[in-house]
Design a binder for this molecule. Sequence first.
Ligand SMILES: Cc1ncc(COP(=O)(O)O)c(C=O)c1O
Length: 388
Amino acid sequence: MELSRTAKSFTESVIREMTRICDSVGGINLSQGFPDFPTKEEIKNAAVRAIMDDVNQYSVTFGSPNLRSAIAKKVKSFNKIEVDPEEEITITCGATEAMLCTLKAVINPGDEVIIFEPYYENYGPDVILSGAKAKYITLHPPKWEFDYEELANAFNSNTKAIIINTPNNPTGKVFTRKELEYIAELCNEFNAIAICDEIYEHITYDDTRHISIASLPNMANRTVTINSASKTYSVTGWRVGWAIACPEITKLIRTVHDFTTVGAPSPLQEAVAFCMELKNDYYEQLRNHYFEARNYIHDALVECGFKLYETNGAYYFLVNCDELMNKYSISDDFEFSKFLIEKTGIATVPGTSFYTDKTKGNRQVRFCYCKSWDTLYESGKRLRKLID
Ligand SMILES: Cc1ncc(COP(=O)(O)O)c(C=O)c1O
């Protein structure tokens, strides 16, 4: 019996392999993007309260009314987007499900989807599962900028959507207003949809602030804004995310979602509704922790001989390893990641995981720094073994 060729074509996530090797040597896992510190007591209490209040059965399939109203209120003030919670929000099992349901809801055979490369690992398989053809546009270091002309040339009458992730995993780039305006112009010219994954929207540094492409003129009806509680509230295991889109697109996202998962966990949806009411100081604290963590890991990596590029948000560094690869006579990113675990006990993700064109990532690895200070200090200490 021949099982699915598509499913067989996906390789197992490299992050899982690095995690396995890391665990076997008792190392520190800077490969996967989840915090190793607990979420706030008040957030945990909101989840416990919902369970004890008997919110334990299916909610409305497209999401608890409380959570949808709370999201609408928050995006109005933070993202400057006016949303009708009745017809324009779908609650999903994480941003992961929101992305797949969105693509399944909008793609027809022959459609093309533009993706910026390097990209968050799931987008490639998501596009394949939806039946679309992916077109990749490179983000170039040191500022992770794209070539405007190259992007314009990638758009054509088959372009159904462009996926934007800002703040960006794995680069730490935050798309500028000018870049978003340019993308918006192309979406309008070619009647394409912007699918914007904004899961790191609260993690921005220095004077940089996140802008939602849906808030730009003529974009509300052609944008799907994807988000999740995972990163902002440090609850990656809760699996609560959402997609915001005009009623026409939302109707189809809800249909796909209904047949995929029926619904996201009901008590956790109520707890996330509580999170939406958190005040500014919560977000300031989150930003400050990651800002200091970024600076600390930045300095440690530079001291060890990595070449770093500009980062304005999210919690990753995609670094160039030329100097160290030459020093230790290592020829590719996989070998280098394995060497790093052996030499320092630090797990990273090989750069090629984020590219379709493997030549672009084979001198890079990704470090993630969404960790407690104990882990960060220990990481700094271990990394310095590279200098010994
Ligand atoms: C850009 C991006 N989108 C989505 C996800 C997954 O989100 P969720 O946990 O809400 O499914 C991640 C996780 O690392 C991510 O980096």
